[in-house]
Design a binder for this molecule. Structure first.
Ligand SMILES: Cc1ncc(COP(=O)(O)O)c(C=O)c1O
Length: 396
């Protein structure tokens, strides 16, 4: 059969390296090998029962038909009210569009803004999808190195990266893969700087609620309107409410940007599943129960982090900063490179082969020499993995 003539837009994209690690784990499992998979970017918790019940209630009340492409009015209103209660944001439903997960929110936002040749600033390390969205739009990713500041983006870094063709900055804080959080004051400075230079900001807030004290969840949705005109928040229920498989998220952007997003989405997915929108809206209306469910998950991630990071630092050759958010440890293994391991990918391969542990190599995030370890798994698994790492590499 002749090669499929993939479009130039899609040919410009690369496959997802995080998916490759998950694929390797499932192939080993299929062979009957017990694998501990620390490559996953999804909560190990189940969706809270009351949200499942609300989805069933939605089905039973006949919510099985199309909604407007922007989402149910009830859904959009619930986001407005929730952000007002939780963050003091003053939003209108015209600024909200429902989407099929945070990924579609990001895609919608970027595809409605970017033209071929536009420059997109992407801090390194980055979540794998950010450069690929830019590639799909035939825009040009321009990477910002952040290691000098422990992988935390600063306004100065952004200032020196902005050029004549810069159209968009993509931010993700709390960050995947580093777990670092840009302090609130610095984040505001970055966004104000961009707005003053006519640069748009797409802020991926999918780990918003997983910021551990003293860090606090901070949403850019609270910024004053004249700044927010340049901002699109990509939100997601996936991580916050352990709902990855439900595929629901949203954008918060100025009404014109939102109209463009809705126009685009009306010709693709149309909208996320109707009774899922209903369940999410009712859950957000049910503020106390929702916040309590999220807080208990956040507290458990924090407990695991507090155990895991010192434990990883005790493995010979591993160096890991304390992440302030998300559920990833980002381990610097450059000290181990040399005769035995030429690259961090070889260390990941060794863990897979000799300990049946899957971790993600940093190169897919633009950070060769690092491993990303997800702690969205049980303490028991974490303890077993660290014991295996110490067996293989020794202790400090
Ligand atoms: C940084 C980041 N953004 C967005 C997403 C997308 O999540 P979803 O599409 O499930 O909302 C993920 C998922 O791993 C992520 O890590």
């Amino acid at each position: 059969m002749a090669d499929f003539p993939e479009s130039e837009n899609v040919a410009a994209m690369h496959g997802s390296s995080t998916m490759i690690a998950a694929q390797m784990a499932s192939e080993m499992r299929a062979k009957g090998i017990e694998v501990i998979d620390l490559s996953v970017g999804e909560p190990d918790f189940d969706t809270p029962e009351f949200i499942k019940d609300l989805a069933i209630e939605g089905l039973h009340t006949g919510l099985t038909k199309y909604t407007p492409a922007a989402g149910l009015a009830k859904f959009r209103n619930s986001i407005v009210d929730f952000y007002s209660k939780e963050f003091g944001a003053e939003l209108t439903p015209q600024e909200i569009a429902a989407s099929c997960g945070g990924k579609q929110a990001l895609f919608n936002a970027a595809c409605t803004l970017l033209n071929p040749g536009d420059e997109v600033l992407i801090p390194k390390p980055y979540w794998v999808t950010f450069p690929e969205i830019a590639h799909f739009c035939r825009a040009i990713p321009k990477y910002i190195e952040t290691e000098a500041n422990g992988f935390v983006l600063t306004a100065d870094m952004v200032e020196s990266a902005i050029g004549d063709r810069t159209k968009l900055l993509i931010i993700n804080s709390p960050n995947n893969p580093t777990g670092r959080v840009v302090p609130q004051g610095e984040l505001v400075r970055i966004i104000e700087l961009c707005a003053s230079r006519g640069v748009y900001v797409l802020t991926d807030e999918c780990y918003l609620f997983f910021a551990y004290p003293p860090s606090m969840p901070f949403s850019s949705a609270v910024l004053p309107k004249e700044v927010r005109d340049f901002v699109c928040v990509a939100g997601s229920f996936s991580k916050t409410f352990a709902m990855t498989g439900w595929r629901i998220g949203y954008t918060i952007a100025n009404p014109d940007w939102t109209k463009a997003i809705v126009k685009l989405q009306s010709h693709s997915a149309t909208h996320p599943t109707t009774f899922v929108q209903y369940a999410c809206a009712k859950a957000l209306e049910n503020y106390d129960e929702t916040i309590s469910a999220v807080s208990s998950m956040t507290a458990e991630y924090e407990r695991r982090r507090d155990w895991l990071i010192p434990a990883l630092n005790a493995v010979r050759g591993f160096k890991c900063q304390m992440p302030e958010g998300a559920f990833y440890a980002f381990v610097d293994v450059r000290g181990m490179l040399g005769a035995k391991f030429a690259a961090s990918a070889d260390i990941a391969a060794c863990l897979l082969k000799k300990a049946h542990v899957v971790v993600t190599d940093g190169s897919g995030f633009g950070a060769d020499g690092f491993l990303r370890i997800s702690y969205a798994t049980s303490m028991e698994n974490l303890e077993r993995v660290v014991a295996e790492m110490k067996r293989l590499f020794g202790t400090d």
